[in-house]
Ligand binder design. Sequence first.
Ligand SMILES: [Ca+2]
Length: 96
Amino acid sequence: MSVSRGSTYLAKYFRLSVPIGTTLTIDMTGGGFDTYMYLLRGTDKNGVLLAQDDDSGPGTDSQIIYTTQAQDGTDFVVECTSFAAGVTGSFSVTAT
Ligand SMILES: [Ca+2]
């Protein structure tokens, strides 16, 4: 379930660890559903929200570009979820 969007939303969480000052480009590509994505700082799904995105990628896909700041530390969590409740499907996520 999604901490950010509610219990009726699919959510998958991925941890990242990157140096301070890294510009992250995170793309979530939906397999036929409208994606939504959050970037949190911290080591779990209860981290502090840094950014969120609905449709900045192609179509209804999500993209977040974020440069990590000193106060963010080095640990981040990406929450991959859906725009609409009750949606399930496969997706791919990349961080570069
Ligand atoms: Ca979307």
